[in-house]
Ligand binder design. Sequence first.
Ligand code: BT5
Length: 318
Amino acid sequence: MTEDKVLAFIRGSKEEYISGEEISRSLGISRAGIWKYIEKLRRNGYDITALPHLGYRLTHTPDKLIPTEISWGLDTKVMGRTVHCYNSTDSTNRLAYKIAGDGAKHGTVVFAEEQSAGRGRLGRSWSSPKGGIYMSVILRPRLGPQDAQRVTLCAACAAAAAIRKTANLRSEIKWPNDILVNRKKICGILTEMKAEQDRISFIILGIGVNVDPPGHQLPRCATSVRNETKMSGVKVRLAQEILRFLEAYYAKVEKNFGSVIEEWRNFSATLGKRVRVNTHEGMLEGQALDIDEHGALILRLDNGFNKHIISGDVEKCC
Ligand code: BT5
């Protein structure tokens, strides 16, 4: 879109101010046309100072999950190179599933500022007020369905690492898909897939992070970046970090998954602990020993046997 070109031009300028004439000449738009686009950018939350004889200067960018902000400075090769951004939707996972079925490329991401029907696992819901990151990444791994959990573990490492780097918080992973800070959930991951018998056709990796939502709109056991740090205005930066780390971990998902497991162990709030895990076979209790090559949790049961659990819920901590 033309206003994106105008914005990129102002942003990329080495001078403090860039003249309307220069933008006009370079982009082949009239001065009046430039003014129209500046007004549109302002309506989208950009503060642009305009001074006669000097020109334009960008003084504030919105912390919104919109294409211009997500792509600015993003150095990934695949993750997030194509994005679809919504102010509000029911569920980014639902939308991503639909466009993946229509052929959307590996690495495409659907973002929303809020969701009216955010999905958790097993029919649970994900509270999604404004002030969170709601994103769904379309992935096409060359893996069998039994290895889909690997992708969840990559995403958990990426989200935990991004939260540590952006907010300097000690984020930990509760197997399989919860990111906790001070034992409260700050991020959840929902991996959904379409698969044939021995091949995944695509995975929709849904990630929800509480950044600075109104406190009363989160469940009791939840926290947010804002609650923990008082930071605000970090949504875009955090989303970009998630994409960067995801690209790095995902590069190892097919052939070098052992190195992801090692990283995962460093983030784990589960290993070494006595845990109760709700599984489709009922509640299992034991010592959380490790993760296997499929991403399953290895539980040492009280009878001395090891049980590999591919899906389940470790009981809540708070
Ligand atoms: C999850 O499920 O943790 C997966 C959450 C995935 C959300 C993303 S947002 C983008 C994408 N689009 C979607 O529609 N979904 C994905 P689960 O492990 O089932 O946890 C759900 C439980 O977490 C709920 O039953 C609540 O107890 C709790 N919960 C709900 N909303 C929360 C929030 N905002 N923060 C922390 N905990 C929450």
